[in-house]
Ligand binder design. Structure first.
Ligand code: OXD
Ligand code: MN
Length: 582
């Protein structure tokens, strides 16, 4: 190991955390097996039924540590305004001081693991290297799936290569002594007091979104909370789209979609590039290209089954880590709205004996699977390509019972950025807050944009100017309901019918209807063969509801003060005027 800044940083962090041992991870299979054995001995992990689920493991997190803790997540910059109203802020001095108190001596009796990892294919011009220190074997084994991890990354880093310094420690897993801190000025992340994925797998939300978004702004690219998928049409041509939906709106399901019978017959196929994060750059051809910086899926288990996502079900049959699901007596697992009959008994996510009908949840609503992307039957052949895939369309979306139509298209890039900036989604039963309450979540980045969102919008506007052929921008809503509360759209595989229209629009193959909010499909240009649904309702724009919506948007935009780009106010006023003229 020749990288001197890395050596001295590890030494300094070890001095603070006081581990008994330091282990440099090489990423090998032998190392993985050794760590698994060790964690099984201590009860940190349970080996599942190896005949039915080969290579699979099971873990329970502390009951107080089951989800990302946005209220304990901070951006630590010298200037408060640069974090913006969208982030919690702390000064770097205070952040380091508070976390140091918790980290100090916290690894005594434990091993500190040093994990060099690459987000993106090793050596790709898109990729970024991080090194995570952790005292959790569970975290090491998850990072080994979610990132490219091991000695080859160190080799690529070389003597003076730059890396993100990621320090993680469980400490005593106490919510009162938990902090997830980002120091963009130092390319550093400190996370302490949590062993839950989104807080502890620092390559994911912390590096690939919060820190990467600040780096991307500086370097002129985009780090986004988006899936990437390829849509192969009957002629064999593949168009790629990147799509942003708030957490728990079905990104994983869409990314792995299986075409419904009719469209399969036409010759459509889907190729999965990523289900959560996209890093996108303008290449020398003037187009936007994207990679998935991750190497695995960290997906929500409840609701995943052979109907909603058959590809995910196949992907999680081997070499998968399950967290906070129900453990069945035969050493397999189960969750609500999963496959198979409701088991007669098991051990629930809290570790208690469980029986159905008692009103107790078997799996935590945010229980997860961690699976290698290579397990996915629809994996794209371009996953290791250093330049990723060219993006034809950017798709935004959210859950709206009434307001937004099934699909509409932006008038141009600026209007598309406005569409992303006004994104919002209704809370579901799985999230806290009032059911049905609308939460603004621009570009699905509200919890993940590492700097002032007003500057983020400016950056999106600037990116449009850098491209000779920018992707077209769309908004979809799979969740529109009729007056009785029934979903108007079947969703899942049928969503491909909407993607087919989106691609046709990108190619200029179909006409669309210009409305106040953007272009809508002509009814006959959507292939709805075999579906029985109320298309007029799905495509309806209620003028009064939209006028109400613009008032909510004004309020939201005002929270950014004069920092909000004037172009977004111009787009906003233009929409208000168009609505009045309808
Ligand atoms: C996730 C999230 O885990 O968005 O991907 O919360
Ligand atoms: Mn996500």
């Amino acid at each position: 190991m020749r990288n001197k800044p890395l050596l001295s940083w590890v030494e300094e962090m070890a001095k603070m955390c006081q581990p008994d041992k330091i282990h440099w991870c090489d990423g090998s299979v032998e190392e993985k097996e050794r760590l698994e054995e060790e964690a099984i001995k201590t009860g940190e992990l349970i080996r599942l039924n190896q005949e039915k689920l080969p290579g699979c493991l099971f873990h329970r997190t502390d009951p107080s540590d089951v989800a990302r803790t946005e209220d304990l997540t901070f951006i630590c910059t010298s200037d408060k305004d640069s974090a913006g109203p969208n982030n919690n802020w702390m000064s770097p001095e205070e952040g380091y001081r508070k976390a140091r108190e918790i980290f100090a001596g916290s690894m005594t009796g434990r091993t500190m693991y040093v994990m060099p990892f690459s987000m993106g294919p090793v050596g790709s011009p898109f990729a970024k290297i991080g090194v995570q220190l952790t005292d959790s074997i569970y975290v090491v084994l998850n990072m080994r799936i979610m990132t490219r991890m091991g000695t080859h990354v160190l080799d690529n880093l070389g003597e003076w290569g730059e890396f993100t310094k990621c320090l993680h420690g469980k400490a005593d897993v106490n919510p009162n002594r938990r902090l997830i801190l980002h120091f963009p000025e130092d390319n550093t992340i400190w996370s302490v007091g949590s062993g839950y994925g989104g807080n502890a797998l620092l390559g994911k939300k912390c590096l690939s979104l919060r820190l990467a978004s600040t780096i991307a702004k500086k370097e002129g690219w985009l780090a986004e909370h988006m899936l990437i998928m390829g849509i192969e049409d009957p002629s064999g041509n593949i168009d790629y789209i990147a799509a942003a939906f708030p957490s728990a709106c079905g990104k994983t399901n869409l990314a792995m979609l299986i075409p419904p019978e009719g469209l399969k017959k036409k010759g459509y196929r889907i190729w999965t590039v990523g289900d959560d994060i996209a890093w996108m750059q303008v290449d020398s051809d003037g187009n936007l290209w994207a990679i998935n910086p991750e190497a695995g899926f960290f997906g929500v288990a409840p609701g995943t089954n052979s109907l909603t996502n058959p590809n995910a079900m196949t992907a999680i049959q081997k070499d998968t880590i399950y967290t906070n699901v129900l453990l069945k007596p035969d050493g397999t697992v189960w969750w609500e709205d999963g496959d198979g009959a409701v088991p007669e008994e098991g051990i629930d996510w809290l570790g208690n004996p469980w029986k159905p009908g008692t009103g107790v949840q078997a799996a935590h609503p945010n229980s997860r699977f961690t699976a290698p992307i290579t397990n996915c039957p629809s994996i794209s052949h371009r996953i290791e390509h250093h330049h990723g895939v060219p993006i034809s369309a950017i798709v935004f979306g959210g859950k709206r019972s009434h307001l937004t139509p099934l699909v509409y298209e932006a008038l141009n890039w600026e209007h598309g950025v406005y569409m992303g900036a006004i994104m919002a989604s209704e809370r579901t039963a799985a999230q806290y807050g009032k059911l049905g309450e609308v939460r603004r979540d621009p570009m699905a980045m509200l919890p993940f944009c590492g700097y002032n969102m007003a500057d983020y919008f400016s950056h999106w506007l600037d990116m449009g100017k850098k491209m000779t052929n920018p992707p077209k921008i769309f908004n979809v809503n799979w969740f529109k309901r009729d007056d009785n509360g029934k979903f108007l759209w079947p969703g899942y595989g049928e969503n491909l019918r909407v993607l087919e229209w989106i691609i046709a629009r990108c190619k200029g193959d179909v006409e669309a209807k210009k409305t106040a909010i953007g272009y809508l499909p002509m009814p006959e240009s959507l292939d709805l063969n075999g579906l029985d649904l109320e298309l007029e309702k799905l495509l309806e724009i209620n003028q009064q509801d939209w006028i109400e919506e613009t008032k909510a948007v004004s309020e939201f935009f005002s929270t950014f003060g004069s920092r909000l780009p004037q172009i977004l106010w111009d787009e906003h006023n233009a929409l208000c005027n168009r609505l009045k003229m309808e």
